[in-house]
Ligand binder design. Structure first.
Ligand SMILES: *Cc1c(COP(=O)(O)O)cnc(C)c1O
Length: 420
């Protein structure tokens, strides 16, 4: 049997990832391959590091991507600092908090959790009280929780961690490039970003950054492994275990990304090209402009959904701007609606996980997918599909409300069209 070339349908992707990719990023991916120690390539690697520092808002020496999907970044940072028996506190407010727990447990941590209902976030004081009680070595938390569409305020928790010399690790996979993330100002020691969400680069890399506090631990563990640790080093490695992963060992990865250029893995050339172009586009747009754009389209989307008579899910004071959760109206088969949106309009929206499955739809407005034409398309299509499903929506108002929102903003002088 002969297989034909790929022919993929043209889709409008309005999920919390993977999202549509800017054609310029796709073009960059077809740039010819260079050898991994070719100065032309290592120069591109250095530029990626510098652009990452700017996007992460950090002065950290180390900012580079881990090859693997976003969770590989979580695993790389956590496995490099966790030693068996270390106490880690993980406040959980959705699915990805459970992922952090799972990773920490696999590397032998004694994990303490704190949970709040899905759709809410933590009052910082509640987390800080738990920190005082548990006195962990590490606090690991999600910044933008895509499963519930919430965003956790971090500044106070970060400060409390630093005051107690606790390491603060943050999963900002869904928020980076779409919402403000201030690594240094919020005292974040290790931070993980994602590519296929607001950066609008294909899935397959996890950009991370970490500071000297983490690097000190890496050095100590490396010296233990080689049997040359000093008394001073042993202050930073309680159980004297070497890092148990080769692929995710940050001390080896930084020797590869840093000036020593020691061979570790073969860098994912085409993904580096993609990330380089994706980051460049973020910086050309401007961080603040990009955050404003995500909020603008979120507002138009919400105006449309509410005008249709639909209800949003979750605590509105802590809504993640790039994910909007909509309650599925009573008696409606949410999956049937999603299928019709895809079959008839070529539009994809998401369902959710665990306790929210079958209860909400999630509409992503991330990166390149976050454009006026997409917002209007999803609103118009959803109204039509809901009517087909016998839902008594308010007809003909959704698009008008969204257009009004865009008009108001245009009058206020914001560049609506600059987005794409
Ligand atoms: C998407 C996501 C991840 C996991 O990303 P993968 O690329 O699927 O590994 C982790 N954390 C958060 C908050 C996410 O939104």
């Amino acid at each position: 049997m002969l297989f034909s070339e790929l022919h993929t349908p043209k889709r409008t992707i309005m999920t919390p990832g993977p999202v549509e990719v800017d054609p310029r990023v796709l073009r960059a991916m077809s740039t010819p391959i260079l050898g991994q120690f070719d100065p032309a390539f290592t120069n591109i690697m250095n530029e990626v590091m510098e652009m990452l520092r700017q996007v992460f808002q950090t002065k950290n020496r180390w900012a580079f991507p881990i090859d693997g999907t976003s969770r590989s970044g979580n695993e790389a940072i956590l496995c490099s600092i966790i030693e068996p028996g270390d106490k880690v506190l993980v406040p959980i407010y959705g699915r990805f908090g459970h992922l952090l727990v799972e990773i920490c447990e696999r590397y032998g941590a004694e994990v303490h959790t704190l949970e709040c209902p899905w759709g809410e976030v933590f009052e910082p004081q509640v987390v800080i009280a738990e920190i005082k009680k548990v006195n962990p070595k590490i606090v690991a938390i999600v910044h933008g929780e895509t499963s519930t569409g919430r965003i956790q305020p971090l500044a106070e928790i970060g400060k409390a961690c630093r005051e107690r010399d606790i390491l603060f690790v943050v999963d900002a996979v869904a928020s980076i490039g779409g919402v403000e993330v201030k690594t240094d100002e919020w005292y974040i020691d290790g931070l993980i970003g994602g590519t296929q969400k607001c950066l609008s680069v294909p899935s397959g890399m996890a950009p991370i950054t970490y500071n000297d506090r983490i690097e000190t631990i890496l050095f100590a563990r490396k010296k233990v492994e080689r049997g040359i640790a000093t008394e001073e080093d042993l202050r930073f490695t309680r159980s004297k275990h070497a890092i148990s992963s080769n692929y995710f060992d940050l001390s080896m990865l930084q020797d590869y990304w840093g000036p020593r250029r020691l061979n570790h893995h073969t860098e994912a050339t085409s993904m580096i090209y993609a990330l380089h172009e994706g980051l460049r586009l973020v910086l050309i747009e401007g961080l603040q402009q990009r955050f404003d754009r995500h909020m603008l389209h979120e507002k138009a989307l919400i105006a449309g959904l509410e005008a249709m008579g639909l209800r949003l899910f979750g605590d509105s004071r802590h809504k993640l701007p790039c994910v909007t959760c909509v309650e599925i109206p009573n008696g409606v088969d949410g999956e049937s609606v999603r299928k019709m949106l895809l079959d008839e309009f070529s539009i994809e929206i998401a369902s959710s996980f665990g306790p929210l499955h079958g209860k909400i739809w999630r509409i992503g407005t991330m990166g390149y997918s976050c454009r006026k034409e997409n917002i209007l398309a999803v609103l118009g299509a959803l109204e039509a599909v809901l009517i087909r499903h016998g839902v008594n929506v308010i007809r003909g108002e959704a698009l008008q409300a969204a257009l009004d929102e865009y008009k108001v903003t245009r009058l206020a002088g914001m560049a609506v069209e600059k987005s794409s």
